[in-house]
Design a protein around this ligand. Structure first.
Ligand code: 5GP
Length: 190
């Protein structure tokens, strides 16, 4: 029997260190795929088109929306972000588990469309650490930093909507906890 791939939403406030955790998950479990989103945000140093995001113009993004190419799309701190539908549908059909790293409003949309999605909230250990990580990144303007911190506080309040909350005190430990959640939520355990 061909098992369907599962969708795993991971949401985290900006600065919770989700990039490192997700890299750890795919390093430990290379068979798990990461859904590459489209965004109108400018690339940060080191970000690669097609690997971290598909970096598109606002016009291109709108055209993708028009063509119905997104499973969900949202605005976050002034930029558009969207999850391409095609690769996800192929992965589900091919039995490949896929991680969607998206913010809380997009997560709500996906839960509404795909009820058996596994949703995980990744939290920073505390606000001081969150602030330190956001400042440490050093790429955001002051006003953007303030907006990201405000948004992060709002997002923390949304953590109750998620089936699981994992604290990112250590990236490898948090990655292992998420893998354990996925392993114990396989259909063959039920
Ligand atoms: P960043 O600009 O820091 O890479 O991402 C900002 C926020 O947008 C993060 O919370 C990230 O998880 C979220 N995000 C990234 N891709 C998508 C997407 O395709 N859809 C939605 N709704 N959020 C996304």
């Amino acid at each position: 029997m061909n098992k369907k791939g599962r969708l795993v939403i991971i949401s985290a406030p900006s600065g919770a260190g989700k990039g490192t955790v997700i890299r750890e998950i795919t390093r430990l479990r290379p068979e798990i795929k990461y859904s590459v989103s489209a965004t109108t945000r400018a690339p940060r140093p080191g970000e690669v088109h097609g690997e971290h995001y598909f970096f598109v113009s606002p016009e291109e993004f709108d055209a993708m929306v028009e063509r119905g190419e997104f499973l969900e799309h949202e605005t976050y701190v002034g930029n558009s972000y969207g999850t391409p539908r095609g690769p996800i549908e192929r992965n589900i059909a091919d039995g490949i588990d896929t991680i969607l790293e998206i913010e809380v409003k997009g997560a709500r949309q996906v839960r509404g469309k795909i009820p058996d999605v596994i949703s995980i909230f990744l939290a920073a250990p505390n606000e001081e650490e969150l602030r330190r990580r956001l400042i440490g990144r050093g790429t955001s303007e002051d006003t953007e930093l303030v907006k990201r911190l405000e948004t992060a506080r709002e997002e923390l309040a949304a953590s109750e909507e998620y089936a699981f909350t994992v604290v990112n005190d250590d990236a490898t430990r948090a990655a292992r906890e998420i893998i354990a959640i996925l392993d114990f939520n396989r259909e063959d355990y039920l």
